[in-house]
Design a protein around this ligand. Structure first.
Ligand code: PEP
Ligand code: MN
Length: 332
């Protein structure tokens, strides 16, 4: 249940009520809310006179639910915005992993030349094998941060676990919670305490309900800047790396108030499918795309088969503009 407290209730009393009722307390647009589990169906008696509005839910998708906030939340990424009424589809690009200064600088220059704002690059890679390239760690993060300063780009990188979350928060503009890390309570709770945008990727064996509940951890903890990212789920199909769940995207658009970014690169696993899939995604009226691009995909240290080369990436931007316009969106 979400309870909106009357404006006459003091901040101290809000905190006392929250503690007593084991509820989260958040302040949103100047109003105070208490959030309990969805099992609570009636306003506790002592809160009745202090409540101005309340919402009862069938399950724990509460703050992210359209029933609570029907309008899509706006999230600011540096000097650009997505969601809300912006009708912006942000194109985030860059390599799977930061591999060297030369490589990440070439990506930064590519983005600046294309008028794009946000550079991706993994530093702490959650690889499936311990023998694969694990990322440059802090060195990579520092390179990414250098590009941020030198080129004025926003940067996004993923947290593999909670041990380096503070470094990531310090050096990035969006914190990426990867598909394998979206259940990591240390990461989610750390992301709840900040105000920077958090992009949560759907685990490949995660239901939509579980996915949105991960977002609830961040929202209920006080950070309203959450973005959902669909990146493919595991099905019986082996011809492609994963299966991009566009039905799930329609479900999220119908039921949640969070901006949605899609990652066709990881879903497809092969560069040839990224452009057509990205066009299908943009046709759904989405808030962003996360696309892997590398100066020379053949020699990439991770996800070589799915990364676009720079010509393909530039062509993608061109192709998407018309698709976005046809659904009233603008590629940014
Ligand atoms: C990535 O973005 O490089 C990545 C590892 O993504 P995911 O968590 O979706 O596998
Ligand atoms: Mn990757």
């Amino acid at each position: 249940m979400i309870i909106e407290l009357k404006s006459t209730v003091s901040a101290n009393d809000c905190a006392t009520f929250a503690e007593k009722h084991k509820a989260f307390h958040i302040t949103y647009e100047g109003k105070n809310y208490l959030i309990t589990g969805s099992g609570v169906k009636e306003i506790p008696t002592e809160l009745e006179t202090n409540t101005s509005e309340h919402w009862v839910f069938a399950n724990d998708i509460q703050l992210a639910s359209k029933r609570f906030r029907s309008e899509k939340r706006e999230v600011k990424i540096g000097n650009v915005s997505i969601g809300g009424n912006t009708k912006n589809t942000i194109l985030i690009g860059g390599p799977c992993s930061v591999e060297s200064e030369e490589q990440i600088r070439s990506s930064a220059e590519l983005l600046v030349g294309m008028g794009l704002s946000t550079l991706r690059g993994g530093c702490y890679k959650p690889r499936t094998s311990p023998y694969s390239f694990q990322g440059l760690g802090l060195e990579g993060l520092q390179l990414l941060a250098k590009m941020r300063t030198e080129y004025g780009l926003n940067v996004i990188t993923e947290a593999r676990d909670a041990t380096h979350i503070d470094e990531i928060i310090e050096h990035t503009d969006i914190i990426q919670v990867g598909a394998k890390a979206m259940y990591d309570q240390g990461i989610l709770r750390a992301c709840a305490k900040i105000k920077k945008p958090v992009l949560i990727k759907r685990g490949f064996g995660t239901t939509l309900q579980e996915f949105v509940q991960a977002a609830e951890f961040v929202l209920a903890g006080g950070n309203e800047n959450v973005i959902l990212c669909e990146r493919g789920i595991r099905t019986f199909e082996t011809g492609t790396r994963f299966t991009l769940d566009l039905c799930g995207v329609a479900w999220l658009q119908e039921h949640t108030n969070l901006p949605i970014v899609l990652d066709p690169s990881h879903a497809m696993g092969y560069a040839y499918g990224v452009n057509p899939l990205a066009r299908a995604c943009v046709a759904m009226g989405i808030d962003g795309l996360l696309i892997e691009a590398h100066p020379n995909p053949k020699v990439a240290k991770s996800d070589a088969s799915q990364q676009l080369n720079y010509e393909e990436f530039k062509q993608l931007q061109k192709d998407l503009q018309a698709v976005a316009a046809s659904v009233g969106y603008k590629m940014i």
